[in-house]
Design a binder for this molecule. Structure first.
Ligand code: TXA
Ligand code: MG
Length: 352
């Protein structure tokens, strides 16, 4: 059990002494959870294998799942990777700081434990003042996965980090709510055509506009893909590999609006009256006539949907909801990332 401390830092104008205190913990091999514009990260000195091993322990994360290395300036990139790719530089100059992670050949200074044994390394420069001043002040790059227990929804508020990691980390920085609310877009730049490995806060259309063709890994649209390959027997949506999961069963209903609404009502009433379950509905409309134990309006646009999604998952769990029902959205712009997370978390996906 670690003795965890909590400090509040101003996200617009981070107080220097508080940043120094957090940076000292990183430099001394400790763990600090900190805010970024996507989700909260669980950080350690990226050049210290022992510190990094503690991240895996604190999260209960499988050791072969590599971490993202966070840097403060484009200059820092040179230390992490020897890549001299022009596409990489172009992307970095355009989208950093921001929600884009680039997978590159790794340099020698990056310990293998940070990359899950791979020869590649994922790098990102976060667009958050607390995150970047922390990296600068620590004087080392910071390895950080999302600050949640493995398999749980990522944390978009300090309260989520406290829920999952209190007693497991040295310091939690409260810097308010993450502006984007979904993790970064992960792009593999180690093959001739870049490959989208994880859709995220930066819409892939914007990336393609800048550098042209991007291949999309099959698991992006079909999150069951990897488990399918592994087990070779995937048949029904009910068997989807679950990730980012609330404790409640998530049901995603896709199809035309009118049909989706009546389907949601039908499932809700069956779950409530016949099965006696507590139901939460996620809706994008202010005006609705749903009848459920909990109804969460997530905003009409994709931006607010992404910002609120993980928060809604966690608050449904707090209220001991049994079933969460949501409509699907178009897989364009931020919708690709939202649908990817919904499908990964879903127990059932229904097409009406
Ligand atoms: O927005 C974010 O990306 C947040 C904040 C804290 O920066 N971080 C985050 O980290 O979501 P994590 O560890 O939860 O997700 C990192 C993803 C994983 O899917 C991992 O497999 C992938 O990036 N990844 C990391 N290194 C990789 C590599 N060398 N090759 C391929 N995928 C890699
Ligand atoms: Mg994560």
């Amino acid at each position: 059990m670690a003795h965890t401390q909590l400090i509040k830092i101003n996200p617009i104008n981070p107080e220097k002494p508080k940043i120094v205190r957090a940076a000292n913990i990183i430099r001394n091999g400790g763990l600090v959870a900190f805010p970024t514009e996507t989700v909260y990260g669980l950080g350690a000195n990226a050049l210290d294998p022992v510190a990094i091993s503690q991240i895996y322990v604190a999260k209960g994360r499988p050791a072969n799942n590599p971490l993202i290395i966070h840097i403060a300036t484009i200059e820092d990139l040179k230390q992490i990777s020897n890549s001299r790719s022009r596409k990489v530089l172009k992307l970095a100059k355009m989208f950093w700081p921001g929600p884009l992670t680039l997978v590159l050949p790794k340099s020698k200074v990056v310990p293998k434990i940070a990359t899950g044994g791979l020869d590649t390394v994922a790098v990102r420069m976060p667009n958050h003042k607390i995150a970047r001043s922390l990296i600068r002040s620590a004087g080392v790059p910071i390895a950080a996965p999302s600050a949640n227990i493995s398999g749980r929804p990522s944390s978009t508020r300090a309260s989520h980090v406290i829920e999952d990691l209190w007693g497991r980390v040295d310091l939690i920085i409260d810097g308010g709510k993450s502006a984007i609310g979904l993790e970064s877009t992960v792009l593999d730049m180690t093959s001739s055509d870049p490959i989208l490995l994880r859709p995220g806060g930066l819409p892939i259309e914007k990336v393609a506009n800048l550098i042209g063709n991007i291949r999309i890994h099959p698991s992006v649209k079909d999150p069951s893909y990897s488990s399918l390959k592994k087990f070779g027997s995937y048949k029904s949506p009910g068997m989807l590999y679950r990730h980012y999961s609330p404790k409640a069963d998530l049901i995603v209903v896709e199809g035309p609006r009118s049909k989706v609404n009546s389907k949601i009502k039908e499932i809700t009433s069956r779950a409530k009256t016949i099965e006696g379950k507590k139901v939460c509905i996620i809706t994008r409309r202010r005006q609705h006539n749903f009848n459920a134990d909990m109804i969460r309006f997530v905003g009409t646009d994709f931006k607010s949907f992404s910002k609120n999604l993980f928060d809604v998952f966690r608050s449904a769990d707090k209220h001991n909801v049994d079933v969460i029902i949501t409509e699907g959205i178009d897989s364009t712009d931020l919708g690709l990332a939202v649908m990817n997370r919904l499908k990964k978390a879903a127990k059932v996906i229904i097409n009406t």
